[in-house]
Write a protein that binds this ligand. Structure first.
Ligand SMILES: C[S@@+](CC[C@H](N)C(=O)[O-])C[C@H]1O[C@@H](n2cnc3c(N)ncnc32)[C@H](O)[C@@H]1O
Length: 398
């Protein structure tokens, strides 16, 4: 073996004989170029064997996939001209192709470092609910169509936090259903009715439907309610493309939406008092679970008086804002308790992923015993008095 063609032939053979482990191209002829290395492996992408190239630049990686034919053409272009060193690993031999400054070519063939070919399955995002079942036709497309995953099912740049949120949200709902078995037991053959208020782009709504239907095998009907008409159209199209027959999005305001009896009410990051509207609708619709993650908290902030017992705190803008959030959500939790919901308030995801990370979950109490709820309402009154608040919006609509 003494020419570039011979080396290239070894690459072709290793692919056709399925002994290819990996190929690395390094030592860029142009030392000032940002592209420093190319790492090449074989991967099964959409059931087809393809070359996966990672172009390693000084500060970032760019991944591109090529068919075998196009990948070989790409390697041929890069080898020897742009990159002066190539290391080919196969299960039969290791090969080194090298070109020096004078244009002299060197080849080495040695014992193989690897005795087995690597897993060809393409890297999948680490997600229980995506990985557990074999993907059925159209299964993951919603995450691609929503721009969370790329065509190879990898998380898109900048979407990692959203992906974590989706995963965490699914874990929370799954856990709530385990802790509240009556929610499913009460359904018999009827669908579990879920309404997502302020569904936005529907990331969480789609993932929840996918999880409940395709992983938990439940009969589920989910409705997303959202003001923005363009999002309704987009989401309904994606639902159709994904064969999610019982997932629909409707255009409407939360406050004006006529909510029929519902099992689970969700409102994640619905703005300001839209969260209160959703909670009130959920209580009236006899929802067994109310899951919300509040967003901005303007209504109470405007009412808090700086001459209260907390004057020193409230003089600092950011602390007043935080205090407003705490009071708003505490009163929401107390009102839920007063309406017979055992309520939890917790951080549902790390603050690094989103600042809007407080979740309020109300689980309808099943006890037949009448309970004294005046204690909760008294606490609401005390809080309001301390901070000079006239009224929490949720009080007047619930
Ligand atoms: C921050 S996004 C959150 C979307 C989604 N729930 C999530 O967590 O990914 C809030 C969404 O609620 C919608 N929204 C806000 N107020 C609303 C209202 N009163 N009625 C219906 N939708 C509302 C907004 O248009 C927006 O799409």
């Amino acid at each position: 073996m003494n020419t570039k063609e011979d080396f290239f032939k070894e690459i072709e053979n290793s692919v056709s004989e399925d002994t290819f482990v990996r190929l690395t191209l390094s030592k860029n002829a142009d030392r000032s170029a940002t592209l420093k290395k190319v790492l090449i492996k074989l991967a099964l992408i959409k059931k087809q064997l393809q070359f996966s190239f990672v172009f390693r630049h000084e500060t970032n990686d760019v991944t591109k996939n090529f068919s075998i034919k196009n990948g070989l053409e790409e390697i041929e272009k890069l080898l020897g001209d742009e990159f002066w060193i190539a290391n080919l690993f196969t299960t039969q031999h290791d090969f080194v192709f090298e070109k020096n400054k004078k244009g002299k070519l060197k080849f080495r063939k040695s014992k193989p470092t690897f005795s087995q070919i690597p897993e060809r399955q393409h890297d999948k995002p680490k997600s229980d609910f995506l990985q557990k079942n074999n993907p059925t036709e159209g299964r993951a497309t919603y995450l691609q169509e929503l721009g969370i995953l790329d065509a190879n099912d990898r998380i898109q740049k900048g979407k990692g936090d959203k992906y974590k949120q989706i995963k965490k949200f699914i874990e929370i709902v799954s856990d709530l259903l385990k802790k509240n078995p009556h929610v499913l037991e009460s359904k018999n053959d009827e669908p579990l009715r879920i309404v997502d208020m302020g569904s936005g782009k529907g990331y969480l709504t789609f993932a929840l439907y996918d999880y409940l239907v395709n992983t938990m095998n439940l009969n589920v009907k989910i409705t997303g309610v959202e003001i923005r008409e363009n999002l309704i159209e987009i989401c309904n199209n994606i639902a159709t493309n994904s064969n999610f027959d019982n997932l629909h999005f409707e255009q409407g305001f939360i406050e004006g939406y006529e909510l029929p009896e519902t099992d689970i009410l969700i409102a994640l990051h619905a703005c300001d008092t839209a969260t209160d509207d959703a909670i009130a609708k959920g209580i009236k619709a006899n929802a067994q679970l109310i899951i919300c993650a509040p967003c901005c908290h303007k209504q109470i902030r405007k009412q808090i008086k700086n001459d209260s017992a907390f004057e020193a705190v409230l003089n600092y803008g950011i602390l007043k804002e935080r205090q407003a959030e705490i009071i708003t959500d505490t009163i929401r939790a107390l009102i839920l308790e007063a309406n017979d919901y055992a309520t939890k308030v917790f951080e549902f995801i790390s603050i690094e992923n989103t600042g809007k990370n407080v979740m309020i979950v109300g689980q309808q109490r099943k006890s037949e015993q009448p309970r004294d709820v005046t204690m909760y309402l008294q606490k609401v009154e005390e809080l309001k008095k301390q901070f000079g608040i006239e009224e929490h919006y949720l009080e007047k609509i619930v």
